[in-house]
Design a protein around this ligand. Structure first.
Ligand code: FAD
Length: 774
């Protein structure tokens, strides 16, 4: 076992690789795709593999003694980033190196390792994978290729199919049946087949994309020496499962990272073709951009927990599923665009890549099989015979970056809310005016309402996502998010003002409602919903109507930001003051009920403004809004996760036709899709928060992207969960509709989708950042 390189040195290794790539990767080898003419692609990928091996970069995660660099998964990820940045091709032997190599290292004999690994790495011997057969695709355990022991050798008869690069390969790692009487999974062995022997016939198959990349392979009395069995005879199945897991791990990591670059290339193609002005094209580009961001973040999570199946859950299957489907979408867009710009030279290559992508939802486990895998991973019944209620939901956020302190805060808030927001109390509150004073006071007693004021202020965005998740999961019947992110920081910075006592707000005895902006962007919010006229002596006269102020009906005070003389002052208005009117509540969201607030010439004295007359709060309000956006993301993720968890539990118990409904594949796939939605939203939320906390340059875009996706996905998850519940979720008594309403309302909170989309479009169409590769 090699010591992994310590993290401080990883950046040096990354830099070294970047420089090496700049020197060694010829420009004409960059960005070759699956649509590139096959002979050319094979030649380049082989030569590239040889060059990587000479440089010592072909298997950086392998131990040094086996020809690698002993890098951790994090190190491998950093190098993959460089590969993508440079547009480098995948080495031709990647199937051998990434999938079979680790298996051979773990289970092979010393002799096998010595004989095969060096030549695998330096590309002097190429490998293919012989798993699938005509009657064993998704149901791989049905494989029939027979291998009969004959002294110190095996005699093999049968057929493999869809074997990629079989015509180029020197060796095949294959699954064969060595015990026909054993149960299906028990009598299988993994063997190394020399492709050059007389008993092996390769018949190339032409693919949908026109190339001859894969083949049928026939074995007629082919000879395999016993020394070419990997591991024990009849013990091949578990190695095959391990190999398939590896295939879904690092191989898809590279392809997923690659999508960021592909999207940038597609933007260029669309731009050159004059198609970006088409709103439909632009919308599809934005969606692909969001997909690609998400894939990066998903892969990071997968790599963090790749060795921990419990934490990994359905994430690896989700990555494969999402990558393959997203890749088809982006290539479908190019083909659509180029169809209208016929004669462009690269059109044939893009078309080839698009056609090839049809196979991506098939190989390495079809999309349907990935959905089955996700369903199993999150706890749905694996078969109809499972006893009702025997399943346990396993919906958890594997691979998340979270500190102990953030975890503790989350658990602290969960504990308070678990005790406070009981089903009966929640229903009572939401059936009434939506506000629960008892919960509010309990939160005040626990110090949660002044949390932004204390020394242990969470401040950081990642914490806000966690706390938001807790609030969303419980559907807190009170304005916790606005208070923590906007009200408390404002009061903390200013100490309050005459009509509002900051400590009473923090204690939960005074409820301050907040008037959110009605226009602008997250970078430049506009506080013009209420107009202010400056009065002599520093007072203000307020006039205007805010159509939806959260918890307006229950509020004691309103905090009203107004733009005056290029600043943003915050007026404190008593709910029962002259000229203050709260209208009938809007019907949508019971959990954060809003009502119109009208201020008709309300006069606010200099002492009734936070921080004094016309004190400017532009910055604190802008950053408060950013915090609130992270909080809202958390609420969406928390609410969706909780509903998904309840749904998994329900379909494991609810029986129809004598079996739990969760054992029906239609229901499993519905729920697997809901899981996919939740994890994609979670990924965006975490990404945006980490980008903010690390002050990364694309923090603004990440936040807009996250808000857009979380807002869009939350109701969709609820719709899937309602469907999986059947009639019961349609009733008022079942609480799911409260969350559904919250999800629908959250889409419109603060910045509308149109504005957020505009922010993402700006980033997408901005000129690419120059890198060493371009
Ligand atoms: C480009 C490409 C490269 C490949 N390379 C290799 C290779 O190098 N080596 C190799 O061994 N194999 C390779 N394959 C084969 C690949 O692994 C299989 O095609 C895949 O496992 C699906 O098997 P199948 O084609 O027999 O489809 P089937 O399993 O017959 O599936 C047909 C349809 O039924 C669905 N289905 C099947 N079972 C279920 C189920 N339980 N629940 C729900 N739906 C189900 C499938 O999703 C699919 O829609 C490659 C395939 C492609 C397309």
């Amino acid at each position: 076992v090699t010591q992994p390189i310590v993290d401080e040195r990883l950046e040096d290794v990354q830099l070294e690789f970047r420089r090496w790539l700049a020197d060694e990767l010829p420009p004409e080898w960059r960005d070759i795709s699956r649509g590139t003419e096959e002979e050319r692609a094979v030649t380049i990928r082989r030569a590239w593999g040889e060059r990587l091996a000479r440089g010592g970069w072909v298997a950086p995660g392998w131990p040094v003694e086996d020809g690698g660099r002993g890098l951790s998964h994090e190190g491998e990820r950093l190098l993959l980033e460089e590969v993508v940045r440079a547009g480098a091709p995948e080495p031709l032997n990647s199937n051998g190196i990434r999938i079979f190599g680790p298996i051979l290292r773990r289970y092979g004999t010393e002799e096998q390792k010595r004989k095969f690994l060096p030549a695998m790495l330096d590309h002097s011997e190429l490998w293919c994978q012989g798993f699938s057969e005509p009657n064993a695709g998704s149901d791989l355990a049905n494989l029939q290729t027979r291998a009969v022991v004959d002294g110190d050798r095996l005699i093999v008869n049968g057929q493999k199919v869809w074997t990629s690069f079989a015509a180029y390969a020197d060796y095949c790692y294959a699954l064969v049946r060595t015990d026909r009487d054993a149960p299906r999974h028990k009598g299988v062995s993994m063997v190394i087949v020399d492709m050059a022997q007389p008993g092996v016939t390769v018949r190339p198959l032409r693919t949908i994309a026109g190339g001859w990349e894969f083949a049928e392979v026939f074995f007629d009395d082919a000879i395999i020496p016993m020394t070419a069995v990997v591991g024990e005879l009849n013990q091949g199945w578990s190695m095959a499962i391990e190999a398939l897991a590896l295939e879904r791990g690092l191989s898809f990591a590279e392809r997923s990272f690659q999508m960021r670059r592909e999207v940038a290339n597609v933007v260029r193609v669309c731009d050159d073709a004059g198609a970006v002005a088409d709103p439909q094209v632009l919308a599809r580009l934005v969606d692909s951009y969001l997909d690609s961001r998400m894939l990066t973040s998903l892969v990071m999570r997968v790599l963090r927990v790749i060795d921990d199946p419990e934490a990994l859950g359905g994430l690896a299957a989700l990555t494969k599923l999402h990558w393959s489907e997203a890749h088809q979408r982006i290539l479908g867009l190019v083909v659509d665009v180029l169809e209208n710009a016929a004669g462009r030279p690269e059109a044939a290559e893009w078309l080839g890549a698009f056609l090839y992508s049809r196979g991506e939802t098939i190989y390495a486990g079809t999309s349907e099989i990935q959905r089955n895998t996700i369903a199993r991973a999150i706890g749905l019944p694996s078969s109809a015979s499972v006893a009702a209620g025997a399943v346990r939901p396993r919906v958890r956020a594997g691979g998340a970056v979270i500190t102990d302190e953030q975890q503790m805060l989350r658990e602290g808030l969960d504990a308070v809310l678990d005790g406070e927001v009981t089903p009966a109390r929640l229903t009572a509150a939401l059936d009434g005016d939506g506000f629960c004073p008892d919960t509010w006071r309990a939160l005040g007693d626990g110090g949660w309402l002044g949390i932004a004021c204390g020394d242990d202020a969470p401040g950081d965005a990642r914490t806000l996502v966690e706390l938001g998740e807790s609030a969303g999961a419980h559907l807190v019947p009170a304005p916790l998010g606005v208070t923590v992110t906007l009200v408390a920081p404002l009061l903390s910075a200013t100490g309050g003002a005459a009509p509002i006592d900051a400590s009473a707000v923090a204690a939960g005895t005074t409820l301050a409602a907040f008037v959110l902006p009605d226009a602008g962007t997250p970078r430049d919010p506009r506080w013009t919903v209420v107009r202010a006229e400056a009065l002599p002596g520093g007072g203000l006269r307020l006039r205007g109507g805010a159509p939806d102020v959260q918890f307006a009906a229950a509020a004691d005070r309103f905090l009203v930001p107004v733009e005056v003389d290029g600043r943003v002052a915050v007026a404190v208005v008593a709910a029962d003051g002259d000229g203050v009117q709260v209208g009938a509540p809007n019907a949508l969201d019971y959990a954060a009920p809003t009502a119109p607030l009208t201020l008709d010439g309300v006069e606010v004295g200099p002492g009734d403004q936070l921080g004094g007359p016309l004190a400017d709060h532009t910055e604190i309000l802008r950053s408060g809004l950013e915090s609130y956006m992270h909080w809202l993301d958390g609420e969406a993720v928390g609410g969706a996760t909780e509903m998904l968890r309840r749904t998994v539990e329900y379909v494991g118990q609810r029986r129809q036709f004598g079996v739990p409904v969760g054992s029906f594949q239609a229901v499993k796939h519905l729920i697997a899709d809901a899981y996919a939605d939740v994890e994609l939203a979670r990924g965006h939320a975490y990404d945006a928060a980490l980008a903010a906390d690390r002050d990364e340059p694309d923090g603004q875009v990440a936040r807009a992207a996250s808000r857009l996706v979380c807002g869009r996905i939350y109701p969709i998850v609820l719709e899937r969960c309602i469907q999986a519940h059947g009639g019961i979720a349609f009733t008022w008594e079942h609480q799911m509709h409260f969350w559904y309403r919250a999800a629908l309302a959250a889409r419109h909170r603060v910045f509308p989708a149109r504005v957020l989309r505009g922010e993402v479009e700006r980033a997408l169409l901005a000129p690419p950042i120059e890198t060493s590769a371009n």
